[in-house]
Ligand binder design. Structure first.
Ligand SMILES: Cc1cc2nc3c(=O)[nH]c(=O)nc-3n(C[C@H](O)[C@H](O)[C@H](O)COP(=O)(O)O)c2cc1C
Length: 331
């Protein structure tokens, strides 16, 4: 049971509690290249003395030419990048000293250079593994499926050139051929796939006619999509599978394991439970253990994947998408 990437894993204090409560591993909050550009902006607007002198120098350069503007901005962004990255590397090394469960760093970059550079520095800081948080919305009318999906393969290839620690890939579900693409991704040498990230979703406020965001946190019924795909892919992929989204209780943990998950990530449940308290984690572990005793299972491997598509008599239960006769009597 892994506490997934989020603000829950962004400080050593919280990581200590998470380890104490029995988590098997933690994925640190992702470091986003986008966030670094935001840091650069913040830097420009900050009003402490050191920043002020930078801003003045920057303004001096800016007023000269367009060329200088670009150079100055680039310099600033790379300063902010180094600053944010160093903070993240400290979190990794402090976490490694404070807890003895695996610490998995997570990155989301936009340039090839930074995917490589961040990955390399993260390995040097002592991270046990690295999760690549890649979520591309195939919304570009000019791009076909292959072009969109190539990005995932390129990122894995670039990162793996620079690190030897296990690399996992966390994805969304927007692929033109999810089964085949995940199979090919699993053959690139990655150690695991995390299925699925939960995207930021837009919503519409019909009173003010504005676009806003929908629920940030999942609820306990949102696991079905992940469950189906874990079951369909389990035993077929050449890497481990971690289930993510909507896992809020021991029953869902058990379901994901029966479907074939090698690990589960939990996030929203902690945000929703008593203001970030992790004390629900021992309860979930206890629930799993009681169920195992009840079913005479000594270890997870005794039942992992028992109900995956590969192992069930009626695989159609996972393949079916139309309700057909099942609900035809419901009026
Ligand atoms: C507040 C918040 C912050 C998150 N930040 C990240 C992140 O930095 N990187 C990432 O890969 N996923 C992030 N996620 C996604 C979670 O790791 C997880 O995949 C998703 O919330 C689905 O799991 P859940 O249903 O247990 O919440 C975040 C989720 C939440 C709610």
């Amino acid at each position: 049971m892994i506490v997934g990437s989020s603000g829950l894993t962004s400080s050593v204090e919280k990581l200590k509690t998470i380890a104490l409560m029995g988590a098997g591993a933690v994925v640190l909050k992702s470091i986003f290249e986008e966030q670094i550009k935001f840091e650069a902006d913040k830097f420009m607007q900050s009003d402490n003395a050191e920043m002020k002198s930078w801003q003045e120098a920057f303004q001096g350069i800016v007023s000269k030419t367009e060329f200088y503007y670009d150079e100055a901005l680039e310099y600033l962004t790379s300063y902010a990048k180094e600053h944010t990255l160093n903070q993240y590397l400290s979190l990794i090394s402090d976490a490694k000293k404070a807890i003895d469960i695996p610490v998995i760093a997570s990155i989301n970059c936009s340039t090839q250079y930074d995917w490589q550079y961040f990955a390399k520095r993260i390995q040097e800081a002592g991270s046990d593994a690295l999760e690549l948080n890649v979520y591309l919305l195939p919304s570009d009318f000019e791009k076909n499926g292959d072009e969109n999906e190539k990005v995932y393969f390129d990122i894995i290839q670039e990162v793996r050139k620079f690190v030897t620690i296990p690399v996992s890939l966390k994805i969304g579900y927007y692929f033109s051929s999810l089964a085949q693409t995940t199979l090919k991704l699993s053959e690139t040498g990655i150690a695991g796939l995390t299925l699925f990230n939960r995207p930021y979703n837009p919503d519409i406020d019909i009173s003010n006619l504005q676009i806003n965001s929908s629920n940030m946190f999942s609820n306990d019924t949102e696991y079905s999509h992940t469950l189906r795909w874990v079951a369909l892919l389990s035993g077929k992929l050449k890497c481990d599978i971690a289930a993510s989204t909507g896992i809020h209780n021991h029953e869902t943990v058990i379901k994901q394991l029966l479907a074939g998950a090698d690990a589960v990530h939990l996030v929203s449940v902690f945000y929703k439970h008593h203001l970030h308290h992790f004390d629900i984690l021992p309860e979930i572990i206890k629930g799993l253990e009681s169920w195992m005793i009840q079913h005479n299972y000594n270890s997870i491997s005794d039942f992992k994947g028992l109900l995956s598509r590969k192992n069930v008599h009626n695989p159609a239960s996972y393949e079916r998408v139309q309700f057909l006769r099942l609900f035809s009597n419901i009026e």
